[in-house]
Design a protein around this ligand. Structure first.
Ligand SMILES: Cc1ncc(COP(=O)(O)O)c(C=O)c1O
Length: 409
């Protein structure tokens, strides 16, 4: 099993931070990099847009202007099994989805966007809102009764009217992985009808081996906030080579001649650059790939094996306590996050905090955790020892229902 505690800023022992699925820990290198940002800004000013020192082991010069492509080529593309020139950093998935839905071509003669009921709001709500902006009909495919994705129903929903098919690689509320072979079959079903296939890979990012070419994705997007430990302001987009997407929501950074200030816009010849919008937020890019660099160094396959093994220990302990598992049990279908049904889950989470064990709750009855590369197996045992104690004594029920400390648990 992996122990990468020395590569991240971990809370002081004995704290057990088990929430990588929601926000990863800070890599040790980040404070120096952020000091580097201040240095580059102070010393170079506007010239930093053209040239800054190579702080990311790119092996070549870069500048703030080129960072979204250079960092993506060096670290995001290898993570996705994608060729250089296909990936670009994005501020968040919401912005990416807006830009994708603003592309006319997939909608020529087509109106429908097929997605699953389990898509994250950045996708699902965006598609619904776009239904008022262009001739677009969201086709929502319901989950199976156990909450899993009904792949057959998704395939059946694809018709000659479909412009996009959008699915999550790993369900954000279920932790369910759609294996590459199944994604590939959906891609083929979409392509057979002339539709484009998009995958939201947020919960797969840096915790699952991602292979956009094996999947056959036309676009693949996700964020670096969670297991990739890149914090906020850092997401990414892959666009299949040769796919000529032209977002209408394109800012001047995406223009073919940004400093020509021509009266009319022109699409940048490099498709991925068309997704840059306006002036990029540079500071967040300084820390975007620091976690990824650590994880790519050990290999995402090793990260995945480690997370499966530690998660399995959690499942074993949950079984022993009779807590129903709400995420898949089978390795091939289980992401990094383990979801359990626990009565009074919000209070349980708050009580666990008093024991220095950090997990989260959803809808008052689901408890979620994901042991990651900085967690020794003992952290999983500490979690379940504490849960066992709470269930036996009812100590957590004595806590007030409100005051969870903020909207994010
Ligand atoms: C599947 C999925 N997509 C997207 C997001 C986040 O989207 P955004 O970058 O718009 O905040 C999340 C966040 O948890 C997610 O789980």
């Amino acid at each position: 099993m992996l122990d990468l505690r020395d590569r991240f800023v971990v809370p002081p022992s004995p704290a057990a931070e088990l929430r990588a699925f929601t926000h990863g820990l800070m890599p040790q290198t980040v404070p120096d990099l952020m000091a580097g940002f201040c240095e580059d800004w102070a010393e170079r000013g506007v010239d930093a847009w053209n040239r800054v020192p190579d702080r990311w082991e790119l092996g070549r010069e870069t500048g703030w202007w080129a960072l979204p492509e250079d960092l993506a080529d060096a670290y995001v593309a290898p993570m996705l099994g994608a060729p250089a020139g296909t990936c670009v950093l994005q501020p968040n998935v919401h912005a990416t989805v807006q830009m994708l839905l603003s592309c006319d071509a997939p909608f020529e003669g087509r109106t429908e966007v097929v997605m699953t009921e389990g898509e994250f709001p950045s996708v699902r709500h965006s598609v619904q809102r776009w239904a008022g902006l262009r001739e677009l009909r969201p086709i929502d495919v319901p989950a199976r009764p156990d909450g899993s994705v009904d792949l057959g129903a998704v395939a059946d929903a694809i018709t000659d009217r479909t412009a996009w098919v959008i699915v999550s690689h790993v369900g954000f509320s279920t932790g369910e992985v759609i294996p590459d072979d199944d994604l590939r079959r959906l891609a083929e079903a979409a392509h057979a009808r002339g539709a484009l296939f998009a995958v939201d890979g947020y919960h797969a990012t840096a915790s699952l081996v991602q292979d956009v070419e094996a999947i056959g994705a036309d676009v693949y997007f996700g964020g670096l906030l969670k297991e990739a430990c890149g914090s906020s302001g850092n997401a990414y987009l892959y666009v299949r080579p040769g796919l000529d997407l032209r977002p209408r929501l394109a800012g001047w950074f995406a223009d073919a001649d940004p400093f020509g200030f021509a009266p009319a816009p022109a699409d940048h010849p490099d498709v991925r650059r068309r997704f840059l919008g306006g002036t990029t937020a540079v500071a967040s890019m300084y820390h975007a790939v620091e976690g990824l660099r650590v994880l790519l160094d050990v290999g995402i396959a090793a990260v995945r094996a480690d997370s499966l093994a530690k998660g399995a220990r959690g499942i074993e302990r949950a079984d022993a306590l009779g807590l129903p598992l709400r995420s898949p049990r089978e390795d091939a279908r289980r992401g990094a996050m383990v979801v359990l049904e626990v009565d009074d889950a919000d209070r349980m989470v708050r009580w666990l905090k008093t024991r220095d064990v950090y997990v989260d709750a959803r809808r008052g009855r689901l408890l979620r955790f994901s042991p990651f590369v900085w967690n020794p197996l003992a952290d999983v045992d500490r979690l379940f020892d504490a849960v066992e104690e709470a269930l036996a004594t009812g100590a957590h029920r004595a806590l007030a229902a409100a005051d969870a400390g903020g909207p994010v648990t």
